[in-house]
Design a protein around this ligand. Sequence first.
Ligand SMILES: [Fe+2]
Length: 472
Amino acid sequence: MSNMLGARRRLGLVHVVLVLFAAALLVADAGVTSSYRRKLEATVEMPLDADVFGVPLGYNAPQQVHITLGDIEGTSMIVSWVTANELGSSTVFYSEASPDPYMMELWAEGTHTRYNYFNYTSGFIHHCNLTNLKYGTKYYYAMGFGHTVRSFSFTTPPMPGPDVPFKFGLIGDLGQTFDSNTTLSHYEANGGGAVLYVGDLSYADNRPLHDNTRWDTWARFVERSAAHQPWVWTVGNHELDLAPELGEPVPFKPFAHRYPTPRRFAPAAAAPPFWYSVRIASAHVIVLASYSAYGKYTPQWKWLRGELARVDRAATPWLIVLVHSPWYSSNGYHYMEGETMRVQFERWLVAAKADLVVAGHVHAYERSHRVSNVAYDIVNGKCTPVRSRDAPVYVTVGDGGNIEGVADNFTQPQPGYSAFREASFGHATLEIMNRTHAYYAWHRNQDGAMVVADGVWFTNRYWMPTDDDDTS
Ligand SMILES: [Fe+2]
């Protein structure tokens, strides 16, 4: 009996030691894999007769209205829309003073384009650049003159400056399901001033023959936000629409026709359109293209090298980078797809003390610690990410809610670089307060819009490079 008791005590002691050891490991890794369970219902695309896809009333009424910044400084805004019946007018009238379309005293002449994709012919796609706008100013604007006129308004970003506050929405991989609609509604309730969109828009390419009518429905769906504030576009793999078997050998055809970037109205000698920068308030935002060449000596590589040298942290302290395919993701889906771009560019971002890298692609949420993995040189064995005050935080917000569903396949155990991860749909916001502090928050769709499921105060890497990632 005493031997059995002794054995039990020894087993109990071993058990306690194992529990303590496991607890120590958890503290050391300091990562959270949220056990929150999303709803179990399948992700369902909204039907074509859903109200969010409604075609505006009136002959040749402008539809799919969206705006994006027209230059790096934020004093131009590109207005885009589609007319379905006939070409109509490409003119935009606009005004600070009058919401009445027929009293607007300013105007700009746009251009139009259209395209064929297999058996689909697009409507007339208009793009009109409004230039020389004042900072932080509300403008009314209208288009469709000659047929059905529709009017909207937007507020230009504030003048760039080191302590100018601004709130961004961070959305990726939205699609057009009921979950997508929840994501957009929650973002609208949270009230950002511009969306940093990290790629994969309509998922039209998931439909037979890349059904391009789903590009139209998607644009009508997001109009309620994208007509009133700039969405900054990053290109994703679902924008490729590369289908030689359908006689469509040109990549990015629908996206390039529909979604301009600030380069569209730049001189022809300027950089190609899918990688570019914008400055908004106290942030310098660099947009990278995961599916355009980025190897050494390529145009994107040369451009990024030059652009990082042009970033002025005294004027715009926050350096934010957008990319579609994540460099740090511990999800089994798309695992390491962003690795070659990380190898190419991570050392530049660490050297530049970038604050935040936002990615999509993986349909789940994840936030990293500030880690760097730039020491490896093939022979030295230093191939593990290490904590670094110079490094950005990497977030993946490919959780917008598209038809492909949640990526519920995290690798185990959670790697040390991963601070928080959860397989749910949602969106994030980044609220910059001044040159030193910004509040980052991730919101899951199952909560009320104002509930923060993962919130962190970031301190600026240039002005206040503290250990702000010791959050768990
Ligand atoms: Fe993607």
